[in-house]
Design a protein around this ligand. Sequence first.
Ligand code: S3P
Length: 175
Amino acid sequence: MGDNRQIRNIALTGFMGCGKSAVGRVVARVAGFEYIDTDQFIEEHVGMSIPRIFEEHGEETFRRYEREVVVRLAERENTVISTGGGLLVGAENMDTMKQYAMVFCLWASPETIWRRVKGQSHRPLLNTDNPRQRIIDLLEERKPAYGRSDMLINTEYRSAKDVANLILSQFRKAP
Ligand code: S3P
């Protein structure tokens, strides 16, 4: 798989609340790249918010939209792609995206994530009786998938700018 990669873009993955959007925007600004957020892309194309897609069509349909986005973005270049936290969990999506992007995973502990996302209501997966436990479980479940990224970056003690600089220095070394 890795042999015929054409790294023309930067993709960001990682759990909700790890700063993908904030970091992605900085990377795009500094690199002069376009910025795309897959959740926004889906919302615009479907004409519905993510919570409404989950509510009316279910998670499976949302995941299908995500797969379609991964394929559609293959023609892009010089773009920072900030992905929804579950988009690169499937091996097929990860493999496809790695063909045209260097994939960076932003990481934080469940406690930090909880601190960042509590009080927000736009994340359907966390609308449960015990969102804190859900974060712990989902993060554990997704660890192997996130670990398949090109680089894992702990965001706990780093500013968005520092994380962006790390990403850019690594990306510039790409063949
Ligand atoms: C999801 C993360 C969300 C959004 C959807 C599902 C996930 O994006 O795609 O609610 O499965 O982790 P963010 O990671 O940008 O919050």
